[in-house]
Ligand binder design. Structure first.
Ligand code: OAD
Length: 247
């Protein structure tokens, strides 16, 4: 075990309230492409910021629907990796020791719950759900076809139930994330480029409120110079050691 992992483990062992923020990087080893590292194949010529907006959907609903259909398929075929399992194990350890635990994720893939995490705050929605564009009616089933499907209640086009650039985050999820960042004394930030607000501010809020902030990422990010400990590597490699599963 490296000194950095050892140090992070000691801080975790002494924590009284733990908050975790995850981004696309934790699901990379489950085969789900991250946003900024890899848009491959068919989608390599698009930037997510150009597809994940209400304006993009209004301008070209078919293009945006198809991009999400491609991501939904990747998610449907994915299973949690060792990083997801390790975070679920850390939550169980916290619960056993009456340590408060909240997992905040920017991911829309549902893999944390699939791995057994229970206290999960989904900041950006969930790609497995669909709602209508005009009124937000939740829709359970739709026919796959060449056209973008429509809402059985109002006839407007269906879209994924995820947060797009320029849209507000679900207020209860944001409130829970802010509360966790303010009240924790150990904040773990895994696999996020920390560039998309407001999630990117959560580790900085935790730092301001006195928490130790541990970053895990294969490459440096804007958070790195401020982090108490920087763990350099992948989630599936390093999180099992942090959770004691790696011993
Ligand atoms: P990004 O794609 O911006 O960043 C992924 C991060 O994961 C990068 O910093 C990588 O270095 C890191 N990474 C890659 N492989 C990893 C691995 N195996 N283990 C750990 N880390 C790894 O994704 P996010 O930061 O999640 O928002 O992006 C934030 C938001 O921007 C997304 O939720 C999405 C996107 O546009 C919306 O759609 C609203």
């Amino acid at each position: 075990m490296t000194d950095d992992i050892q140090r992070a483990r000691e801080l975790l062992d002494h924590a009284t309230a733990v908050a975790v923020l995850t981004g696309a990087g934790i699901s990379a080893e489950s085969g789900i492409p991250t946003f900024r590292d890899a848009l491959t194949g068919l989608w390599a010529r698009f930037r997510p910021e150009e597809l994940a907006t209400p304006e993009a959907f209004e301008a070209n609903p078919k293009l945006v629907w198809d991009w999400y259909a491609w991501r939904r398929e990747a998610v449907a075929n994915a299973v949690p990796n060792a990083g997801h399992w390790a975070l679920a194990a850390i939550e169980r350890q916290c619960r056993d020791h009456q340590v408060d635990f909240t997992l905040v994720t920017q991911n829309v893939d549902g893999l944390h719950r699939a791995a057994g995490s229970q206290r999960v705050v989904e900041l950006h929605g969930n790609i497995r759900r669909v709602k209508c564009f005009d009124h937000g009616h939740a829709v359970d089933r739709w026919e796959a076809s060449e056209q973008v499907p429509t809402c059985p209640r109002c006839g407007s086009l269906l879209r994924p139930d995820v947060v797009w650039f320029g849209e507000s985050l679900p207020s209860d999820a944001l409130a829970a994330a802010l509360a966790a960042a303010r009240t924790c004394d150990f904040f773990l930030c895994v696999g996020t480029s920390t560039v998309v607000e407001p999630a990117a501010s959560l580790p900085f809020l935790a730092l301001q409120c006195g928490a130790r902030v541990i970053e895990l990422n294969p490459v440096p990010t804007p958070l790195t110079p401020h982090a108490t400990v920087s763990l350099r590597g992948t989630a599936a490699q390093l999180l099992p050691a942090l959770s004691r599963q790696g011993q």
